[in-house]
Every structure is written in C-alpha cells, then in structure tokens.
Design a protein around this ligand. Structure first.
Ligand code: FAD
Length: 634
C-alpha cells in the first residue's frame, strides 16, 4: 500500500483525509445525490465501498434494518472473492479471522455405518494464491463498512429507511430518478421522504422493491425441498467435524458440515421434508429442534450434543433469474442508458449449498462500481453502463444453471454405485471446482474485452477471465510479492508490459519504445485520457515485468514512464517495475505461458479481468481499445 504522496500524515494510513462534502446528516437527508443504493447486503456494501473512495460522488445507501447484520446468512468466500478483497485491502484480515477450507470429505453408509468414501482437495494447486475460506457474512459487511467510514467521503448507511418506489424522468439528465423512501425506525414508521438521484442500484435482495419498480420479476423454479441451516456449538464424536463434509445416510437424508471461523463454531445444512407443489416452507412449522433432530438421525451412530444454537433458518431451494437487470427495455438500448440497475439476490437466487450467493452478489457490484465511477466522473459515456447488464446477466445465467444441477446431485439418494465406488457427489464436486472457486466467468468480446488474435502471446492470461496473479520481485526494493496485488479497487486500468528476451529496459528496446510512446505521443491512451492535473496513472497505470533477476537490472536506467513523478511534491513512484522471482519455482513467464522472445502487453480492467493481450508494438490497437470506452481528457 502507498501513502504520504501528498504530504506526511500520521496515524492509520487506512483513514483517508476527509473530503469537504463528507457524509453529514445534521440537516436530515440530502435532497439530491449521485447514487442511491438500496440494501446493505454484500452487493450494496461492495458498491458503496467503491463509490465512497471518490470525493466528488455523493452516495446514499439505505436499509430498513435498524443497524448492521450480526450473524447468519452466507459464509462461503471463493478464491475469486478473496482476490477481490485483496484489491480492497482486507484479504489479510479475512485470512486471519476465517477458517480455510483445504479438503472436502464425502461420507456414505456402508455395512450399517457411515464411512468416509472420498476426499477431494478443495482448491486445486495453482488455482490462486488465495484460499477458499468460510466466515460469517456479517464480518464481510463490517470490513466494507470500515472502508466506507475511513474513505474521504466517510460514508455511513442510512438505516431505518426502505425504498418503496421510484420513477425515472427520461426528459432530464439532472437527477432524473425520484426515489420514495419510507422510515422504519420506531417512532417514524411509515413517514415518507423523497430523494432525487442520478442512479439507483437495487441491492435489496430477493424481494426487491427496486426490481418491482422497473417492472422486473424473478423467473425460475423451486425444488419443493425444505433445508435447514444452523450455526451451532456442539460436542460430537464424528471425526470430520473440522472438515467440510457431505454426509449421506442410508435412510435419514443428507447433511453438509461447514466448519467455521474461530475453531469451534460449525454450520450444518440439513435436508428436511419434501414439500407439496403449492406448499410454502413456513407452513410446516419447522424450527431449530427439527433441524437438530434430523441431523442427529443422519449422524447416527455418531452423537451430536448441541450446546448453543447461534443462528438458524429454514428455506426452500429455488433457482431464479430476473428478466430485467436495468430499466432500459431491449428495444431502447441504442437510445437510452440505464438509470436504475439491479445486483445480487435482486437478480438471481439459488441454493446456498454451492456457496455462491454472497460471492456472485459482490461480483455484480465489483463489475458495476468502476463503470459508475467512470461515468459519474465524466471519463466515460453513460452507455458504458449497458455493459453491466450484458456481462452480469450471462454470469448469473451460468450460476443459476450450475446451481440447479448441483442442488439435484446433492439431494440425490444413496445409490448402489455410491456404496461400491467413489460417490457421484464427490466426482461432480471435483468437476465443479472451477465454478465454486468463482473462476468460470469469461466476458465475451466487446468494447471492454478484446478478441483472441494475440492470445497465444500469453495463454495463461485468458482474455475475458480474471487476471491470474503470479509471483514477482519488485525491482526498487527487492520485495517478493504477487503481481496481482498491485491492483487496487477503483477505476484505474492497468497495462502490464512483459519484456521480451534480452530487454532490460534499455533505450531502443521494445519496452523503452512503448514507454516513450505512451509518455508523449498524442495517440497514446495515457496522453489522450489523462486530465491536466491528474497523476499520470490516474486512469491508466503502466507497469513492466522483466525476465532478469532484480540484481541484474539498473533501476536508474529504466524508462521515465516507469518512474513517474506524482502528487503535489512530484515524488517518484518506485512501485511500477518488477522482475521474475527465481526462488519460487517456475517464473511468471513459465506459469502464464508468456512468450519469452516477444514479450507482450496485458491490459487489465479495474475489476481485475483481462481485457486484452497485445504485442508490445501494437500502438494502433492500444489507441483504439481505450478510445472505445474512455472520453478524450480534453
Ligand atoms: P441481501 O444480503 O439479501 O441483502 C439485501 C438487503 O436489502 C438487506 O439488508 C435488506 O434488509 C435490504 N432491503 C430489503 N428491502 C429493501 C428496500 N426496499 N429498500 C432498501 N433495502 C432493502 N447464502 C448462503 O450461501 N448460505 C446460507 O445459509 C444463506 N442463508 C440465507 C438466509 C437468509 C434468511 C437469507 C435472506 C439469505 C441467505 N443466503 C445464504 C443468501 C445470501 O445471504 C445472499 O445470497 C447474499 O446475501 C446476497 O447479497 P445481496 O446483497 O444481494 O442481498
């Protein structure tokens, strides 16, 4: 992390200097804001944390609840979400607090007893530098809330407020969305206020009012199967109590064990009753005792002595997808840009057993955040927001289809084949690991995602997929680190120049030529899209990786564009140049298949997805790519 650029500030570097228009409710609610976010779940808070970092953007995030969540709901964080947390700066904190899921076991009945029938490594080697972890959803909320309150805008949620309705005035660009808010706090229940916004984002969960207001609905089906989820402290003689496990009994049904943070807490997902076609789960009168009784029957002859129930819920498995991700009808896409968008459970609902709910919801707003910032700061045309729906609808559709199939496999009865061989659920689980790791999303070619013409220069940086980090050494201070850890949440794009063989940054080499062109040529995207007064990397962040060891390169001889001077004092940013790390096995060139002779240029989006792979000399393509979605700075 870098700080002190614009002068020394003592104390916690995470606490940013407050902006003049920082959050203040002494005079009541604001009349106008840039963005209203409905809902303080993971989707809403992930978006708010991004917007809060931009002093010029006024954001309001509302929730009918009285305050932040304390327990319950989701707990699974995929490796992809952990990579995203790294960009927000709290991955290390989550790693310390959470339990890491390294192994999953599968138990089936055999000769009247439960037996461990299979084990699967939970995250395949080489998948990510991040672990798959479990932690209470509320702690993730807390970490986003910390970012918000430490940001320049000191953003805090407005609890006790529900979005009841909204209207969009298509004839104006001046705060065209009028949002009706209803107070829910004791003493103010039912009181209404309106706020006008430039954009509204509905992160208000499966029963979204924002979705209803834009005429959307969830479509899909339910499995008519009740499941119980319970967080508890208990004593048991079941051996895999601290291992993620699927337990399938002969006749009593199925459960899943999810060991939780702190070393003692455990979550169980327990299969309960089949439901009738028209029956709702609430009608059965099931409660925590129902879940525990059923779990004890599934575990038998192992014992389960519950000491404390922390949280429980009973739900019916459903797989649903919205027909609207934003307020623009399909036949008006060419003439209108979205003013209202939906994210998270407001768009897609699925069974919790694949651990996707919180992850995909945060993925939605990590995709949306930088786009809203680009538009609201005038750097991109509002039509950029259409790409949110295009990209995330496809991701959500894939999720719902996957979840449908996975819920079916988990709910299957024991078969004879299971008793004799590796259970089907274990095989399917293994096949699905890329999905549960959150790594199957690949955005289609578009203005934001290039074609595959030059993919062969670096097959390990899959265009349209997330940037797969690898170890490097930073030249200036010889720090071994992950290259991906220099990507921070915000609206910055990243250009990684991977040097070809023999290129040490010397004048006349491919990297130096590229740097000189990027630094000074009018066609350079950095020149074209960086405003006067901005730091040179405000929009496009240039970095280089060389094939030499750090002792073999001369920092002082590197091209000027890789040693930029920034901020009010013109201090040098020393963190743009990297070398291979020969101490950690294969180097980044080998790990990602980068062409050692030619090198290449990898363009990475603000949300850590690979946008393009180009030759180092591809000037016209580079100019055209950024001009496709960034406005000229002048
Ligand atoms: P949510 O987390 O649902 O957040 C929506 C927020 O919007 C809430 O804070 C709500 O109060 C607020 N809101 C609602 N209406 C309005 C309105 N009109 N205006 C403003 N705000 C509004 N996933 C798992 O993986 N495992 C589980 O065991 C599990 N259990 C769950 C149990 C429950 C009871 C629920 C509701 C969800 C559960 N989930 C579980 C799903 C998981 O929590 C969600 O997928 C995830 O939280 C989705 O995030 P989100 O931000 O889209 O929505």
């Amino acid at each position: 992390m870098q700080y002190h650029l614009n002068g020394f500030r003592p104390g916690d570097p995470d606490l940013k200097a407050a902006a003049p228009n920082a959050h203040d409710r002494t005079n009541g609610l604001p009349r106008t804001v840039d963005v209203v976010i409905a809902g303080t779940g993971p989707a809403g808070l992930c978006l708010a944390a991004q917007l809060a970092g931009v002093p010029s953007i006024r954001t309001m995030i509302v929730d009918p609840k009285a305050g932040p969540m304390e327990k319950g709901q989701a707990d699974g964080i995929s490796v992809r979400s952990m990579e995203m947390f790294q960009a927000f700066g709290f991955a290390d904190k989550v790693k310390r607090e959470s339990i890491w899921i390294n192994e999953t076991t599968f138990w089936t009945p055999s000769n009247g007893r439960l037996q461990r029938a299979a084990r699967v490594q939970d995250v395949p080697d080489g998948t990510s530098e991040m672990p798959h972890i479990l932690i209470n959803q509320a702690r993730i909320h807390d970490m986003f809330l910390d970012i918000m309150r430490h940001s320049p805008t000191r953003l805090e949620p407005d609890y006790g407020l529900r979005v009841t309705d909204l209207t969009v005035d298509p004839t104006t660009d001046d705060h065209p969305v009028t949002v009706t808010l209803e107070h829910t706090a004791p003493g103010r229940e039912g009181q209404r206020e309106t706020v006008r916004a430039n954009y509204v984002v509905g992160c208000d969960g499966a029963r979204s009012n924002v979705r209803r207001a834009i005429g959307g609905a969830l479509h899909g089906d339910a499995a008519h199967q009740a499941w119980g989820v319970i967080d508890l402290l208990a004593v048991t003689d079941f051996p895999d109590w601290r291992v993620k496990s699927f337990v399938r009994s002969e006749t009593a049904g199925t459960l899943m064990i999810l060991p939780r943070e702190g070393g003692y807490l455990v979550r169980l997902y327990v299969e309960l009753d089949r439901l009738g076609e028209e029956e709702r789960v609430a009608e059965r009168g099931m409660d925590a005792t129902t879940i525990i009784d059923k779990a004890q029957r599934i575990f038998a002859p192992y014992t389960l002595d519950v000491k404390e129930v922390v949280w429980w819920s009973i739900y019916e498995v459903g797989h649903r997808l919205t027909d609207r991700f934003d307020d623009v009808p399909a036949d008006q896409i060419a003439t209108r840009s979205p003013r209202v968008m939906l994210a998270g459970d407001a768009c897609h609902t699925h069974s919790p057993k694949a651990g996707q709910g919180m992850n995909v919801s945060m993925g939605d707003t990590f995709n949306m955040g930088w786009k809203l910032i680009s538009v609201l700061t005038g750097r991109s045309d509002p039509s950029l927001l259409h790409s949110y729906t295009a990209e995330r609808r496809a991701a959500a559709k894939g999720l719902v289809e996957f979840d449908h199939e996975w819920a079916r496999v988990v709910g299957e009865k024991v078969s004879r084949e299971d008793a004799d061989t590796r259970p089907r659920v274990a095989r399917e689980f293994e096949n699905n690991l890329p999905f549960t790791c959150g790594l199957t999303i690949q955005y289609e070619p578009s203005a934001l995602t290039g074609g595959a013409e030059h993919q062969a220069l670096a097959p390990g940086f899959n265009i349209g997929k997330r940037f797969h980090s690898a170890p490097v050494v930073r030249l200036a201070d010889a720090k071994p680190m992950q290259l991906g850890h220099c990507l921070e949440a915000g609206m910055q794009w990243h250009l990684f120049a991977f040097a070809g063989a023999g290129d040490t940054g010397q004048p006349g080499g491919a990297v130096a030529d590229l740097c000189d062109w990027l630094d000074s040529d009018p066609a350079s995207p950095i020149v074209a899209h960086t405003r006067a007064g901005d730091d040179i990397d405000a929009v496009i962040d240039l970095r280089a990786v060389f094939q030499s060891g750090f002792r073999d390169l001369d920092y002082g001889a590197m091209p000027a564009a890789l040693r930029p001077h920034k901020g009010q004092y013109g201090l040098c940013d020393y963190e743009k140049i990297f070398c291979i790390d020969p101490k950690r096995g294969e180097d980044i060139y080998a790990q990602r298949g980068i062409n050692r002779d030619a090198g290449c240029l990898v363009i990475v989006r603000p949300d850590q997805y690979v946008a393009h792979v180009l030759p180092l000399a591809a000037r016209a393509e580079l100019t055209a790519f950024f001009a496709g979605f960034l406005r000229p700075a002048s």
